[in-house]
Write a protein that binds this ligand. Sequence first.
Ligand code: AVJ
Ligand code: FE
Length: 430
Amino acid sequence: MTTPLYVKYSSIRDRTLSLIEPLIDEDCCVQSMPGTSPVKWHLGHASWFFEKFVLQHYEKPFTPFHPAFLMMFSSYNKSGQTHPDPKRGLFTRPSLSLTREYRNNVNERMEQVLKRSEEDEMLRMLAVLGMHHEQQHQELMLADVKHLLSQSPLNPSYNSQPLLDSPVPPPLEWCRFDGGLVEIGYKGDEFSYDNESPRHKQYLQPYQLASRLVTNREYLEFMKAGGYDNPGVWLSEGWDWMKANRRSHPLYWRESDQGWEEFTLSGAMPLDLNLPVIHVSFYEADAFGRWAGARLPTEAEWENAASQQEIEGCFADNNRFHPSSAGGSTPSANTGGLAQLYGDAWEWTQSSYSPYPGYNPAKPNENEPMSFVWDEAVGEYNSRSMVNQYVLRGGSCAIPKERIRASFRNFFPADTCWQFSGIRLARDLR
Ligand code: AVJ
Ligand code: FE
């Protein structure tokens, strides 16, 4: 008998495989830079999560597919046995086909174990954590694939759907929020990550948020106005980063005889000025904001606005893997006039990624004998990353819609460009 949880589990696992269908085997084994991972590693790692945190404790007797895989595909370093991240591209073995076999093997064993998930709350929670984890890796994998394919002079097109001309977005407007004493953080009893808790109060001065994301057109104006030559608008660390890495435009923009092009998952395209600018670093987003006489929102400002709005937008579910224009869909009444708040592109905030007051990656239930497994699984998931990173909000065109909520906190270092990151401006209300 197949449990409903296994049905959900398999649909997520199958989606991962369907996402790599457009790739050739060679695409799956290369690591294009230290921050990315080969597709093969993502495939093994998502399986590792289930083997390590579910099967190891709930399969009797535990029969690992291959003991070495428990180290090779681990991302946790508590054990001190993790394979170094920048060297993930050096595995020619296991082969891609053996890594696929590992997935199938884990699936078969998970099907057996999940039969007990109806009586065992901890087992169910760990399996659900693994499913959310895999869906995060679907997005990471798409971002890594994009970076890899962008290296090829053949300009490979991952997605056979071409990106069509998009409608002109409405002029940027400012939406006002009163602020005051507000609450942020996860509220509810569905799944959420530990970093979204506890829900707590924050005091916000009145503020404004831009009605949509910054477009390529607006970003190009910043460039034409000498934005990349104007030290006055950059954080000093951002200026140094930009000079040292010789950046003068967003990561996937290229100048050709015909003008600007952008590399997308549908191949190289003429730059579409109506679409949001994506693949900018925190430094670039921050500099653009200062040049525009605005600033990036704080995560509390963002969440306070977002929690009043329905989750709709351009997510991976439409299989385009590129943002859409704010002109495409007029925000409905329940989006409060803010377009592209969810989906499209992750929005850099000016908030450092740090624990909320009272944060504790705690055991869900102290009396539960298996809660140590939860501690282990959650312990390194989010909290070990709480230094030198900034929070991004709202989701992107590369993550499934069902993974996003108002309280969801993504996070990356300030120089990260290969994620689907964009810019929403904020202003003080005087
Ligand atoms: C939330 C996307 C920053 O990439 O490390 C994946 C997600 N956590 N596996 C990351 C994650 C564990 C995380 N980000
Ligand atoms: Fe992971």
